[in-house]
Write a protein that binds this ligand. Structure first.
Ligand SMILES: Cc1cc2nc3c(=O)[nH]c(=O)nc-3n(C[C@H](O)[C@H](O)[C@H](O)COP(=O)(O)OP(=O)(O)OC[C@H]3O[C@@H](n4cnc5c(N)ncnc54)[C@H](O)[C@@H]3O)c2cc1C
Length: 623
């Protein structure tokens, strides 16, 4: 019934969809096997994409030719650029999505890819021969052949759902969990562990009194995630802000003796930065209120997601506590909150390509690697799809450096440091934040996406051309002066010190209180000159302003990144015998032997390997 495929992808979550799309668009024949074709790219938790550091990841996925940004643009109902008051390294786009349309759009895009096939089934085992993948076994007793396999099982492996004292098996509420695969992977030599996550109640919007909540509108000029010509967002839905109070906390506390979290029934580690409401009132008992975001689930539904109220307390306690919140006195709920425990595979068992070290041509991507979040999952899926295709057809690999992309930071952290709690991306994890901005993801990555065959020639040329235009304008601003008569009235209105003699536009723009937009309004000549370079769109003007204002920092970070690259270029062989290096610590020898870093750079980031150990290694390999 089935032909032999180049690649099988297991699971159509965010990781699986990106993996299947990338590998098939690069030219592999791909079969995407998933338990439910109606739940593809489900947003298991909040209906939103992006946010701090995650927004940068979605932009990077798009710049490389992935599809998450395009799907988000087509399905968003609100857009906000977070952290605008901070420096541009911190600006992070976030969109509220229509949950149902998000899933539908993904399916539509996937079905438009010619060499991508689909099969609804449960994969129960991996077929291997001489340490290499040869296919899968499924619950429908199929044996399907493939040269490579990408596992993206999310929260489904032996998933257990908890609501109060009730415990039942499931990968998400209403969906069954995936059995046998963990045990099969254990037999092949893989280690696994347990993690936990949770989700809040979904509320019937018809029963909420919005007049008692604070409205949170989207940006007046909403942006987008994709660099392609996706449609602009013309109308938006509002979110709302609500607060818990001591009465709400008292009701929640009544359920603590039945909480699977506090009674010890949940063993897996949960996401520290996304705790349940019971966790928050226990850990921060001095705080008498917590902020909640009331987020619409789509254009045409009354369902609302109550961000910040995640809970696994009994459903009657969740309901009673909800009704104590201002604006929710008469609230009805569609679904209760719950917690879920699932198996994950510590990612130090992976190479930087996301291929496993134990079984060749087997790749893991997404939550199976101990991460949390759609964006982190999608990024890994894209990279696994690319690398599985390259391994089969070109024999090379695609690994991003920490100085090139958040995706590089993510995967390097996973395979080098491992995880002991659900890993989510933060800007603080990246040492080159000013280089890895959301505005320049296309300059950083689109040429790479083109080399991979995921970006069209035309799109790549447009990006290169834009980069040239922007560089030209910045150069022009460094050479062009303005006189006191031209600029002082404007400087006065924005309370900036007047100038006494001619000064370069570039110098003026370095002042924090001066904006490029403001300058162009009072300098019509400069405005028409910039237009003559072919630049008029808001995004390019923003890019230019950032390049001017942060030039010194950008140069400094680039120099540091270049220095680090030297270490990244010092390659360590896979079969290097670290035990022979008796002058480095026992811990370093043990960890280096286990993790088998690819480069001196990666070795230096392994916890427990000291700078002194690295010096010895450098001396040794330099010989
Ligand atoms: C209750 C809950 C709460 C969450 N809360 C948060 C949160 O607060 N913040 C956050 O960032 N993230 C949260 N997440 C996590 C977020 O949903 C995931 O990080 C993200 O969806 C992971 O994407 P993925 O592609 O790795 O896996 P998933 O989106 O879980 O997709 C896995 C896919 O694989 C399929 N599958 C699994 N096993 C098999 C098999 N053997 N055979 C065939 N198909 C299979 C499933 O049907 C599914 O389609 C939550 C998830 C859940 C379930």
């Amino acid at each position: 019934m089935f032909k032999k495929y180049d690649i099988i992808v297991v699971g159509a979550g965010h990781a699986g969809c990106e993996a299947a799309a990338a590998a098939a668009r690069m030219g592999s024949s791909v079969l995407l096997i998933t338990m439910s074709m109606t739940n593809m790219a489900q947003m298991s938790c909040n209906p939103s994409m992006g946010g701090i550091a995650k927004g940068q990841i979605v932009r990077e996925i798009d710049a490389l030719g992935g599809l998450s940004g395009i799907v988000t643009d087509h399905t968003m109902i609100q857009f906000r650029m977070l952290n605008r008051s901070k420096g541009p390294a911190m600006w992070s786009p976030r969109a509220q999505s229509d949950r149902m349309r998000f899933s539908e759009k993904w399916r539509e895009l996937l079905e438009s890819i010619p060499n991508l096939d689909f099969w609804q089934d449960l994969v129960t085992g991996i077929r291997c021969n001489e340490g290499k993948v040869v296919g899968v076994f499924t619950a429908l007793r199929m044996e399907i052949d493939a040269d490579a396999l990408i596992l993206t099982n999310g929260t489904f492996l032996n998933g257990t759902i908890h609501i109060g004292e009730k415990t039942f098996s499931g990968g998400r509420i209403g969906e069954s969990s995936a059995f046998h695969l963990t045990e099969n992977l254990n037999e092949l030599g893989f280690e696994h562990a347990r993690m936990k996550t949770g989700t809040p109640v979904r509320v019937d919007g018809r029963s909420i009194d919005f007049s008692r909540l604070e409205e949170q509108k989207g940006d007046e000029q909403p942006g987008k995630f994709s660099y392609t010509d996706t449609p602009p967002l013309l109308r938006q839905r509002s979110c709302y802000v609500a607060y818990t109070d001591p009465d709400v906390h008292d009701v929640l506390r009544k359920g603590f003796d039945k909480s699977p979290l506090f009674t010890g029934r949940i063993k897996g580690r949960g996401p520290r930065y996304c705790p349940s409401i019971e966790d928050k009132i226990e850990r921060f008992s001095h705080r008498d209120r917590h902020q909640l975001f009331v987020e619409p689930e789509g254009w045409n539904t009354a369902e609302y997601y109550l961000n910040g109220f995640s809970s696994s307390l009994p459903e009657d306690i969740q309901y009673e506590a909800l009704r104590k919140i201002k604006g929710f006195e008469h609230a009805r709920i569609f679904r209760p909150g719950y917690a879920i425990e699932y198996d994950y595979f510590p990612p130090v068992q992976l190479l930087p390509t996301l291929e496993t070290k134990i079984v060749e041509r087997l790749y893991f991507a997404g939550q199976i690697n101990g991460t949390t979040g759609y964006e982190e999952a999608a990024a890994q899926g894209l990279m696994a799809g690319i690398n599985a295709h390259l391994k089969l057809h070109k024999g090379n690999e695609f690994v991003l450096k920490r100085s090139e992309a958040y995706i590089g930071v993510l995967i390097d952290d996973l395979v080098t440091k491992g995880v002991d709690e659900p890993y989510r991306m933060f800007t603080s994890r990246a040492e080159f934040r000013i280089l890895l901005r959301q505005d320049n993801a296309d300059f950083r990555l689109t040429p790479k996406g083109f080399d991979l065959g995921l970006i069209s020639k035309e799109r790549n040329e447009q990006v290169l051309h834009k980069q040239e235009q922007i560089d030209e304008v910045v150069k022009w601003m460094k050479g062009e002066s303005v006189s006191p008569e031209q600029i002082n009235p404007h400087l006065e209105t924005i309370k900036s010190a007047p100038i006494s003699q001619k000064i370069k536009i570039f110098q003026i723009l370095l002042r924090p209180e001066v904006s490029l937009q403001g300058l162009l309004e009072v300098l019509p000549n400069a405005s028409s000159k910039i237009r003559s370079f072919g630049i008029s769109d808001k995004e390019s003007l923003e890019k230019m302003e950032i390049l001017v204002k942060y030039e010194t920092y950008i140069i400094k970070e680039q120099e540091m990144a270049d220095k680090l690259t030297k270490f990244e270029d010092l390659v360590l062989k896979d079969d290097f015998d670290y035990q022979q290096l008796t002058s480095i610590s026992f811990e370093a020898r043990e960890k280096l032997s286990r993790i088998k870093p690819r480069t001196i750079g990666q070795a230096s980031r392994i916890p427990g390997v000291s700078p002194a150990d690295i010096s010895v290694l450098i001396v040794y390999i330099s010989r």
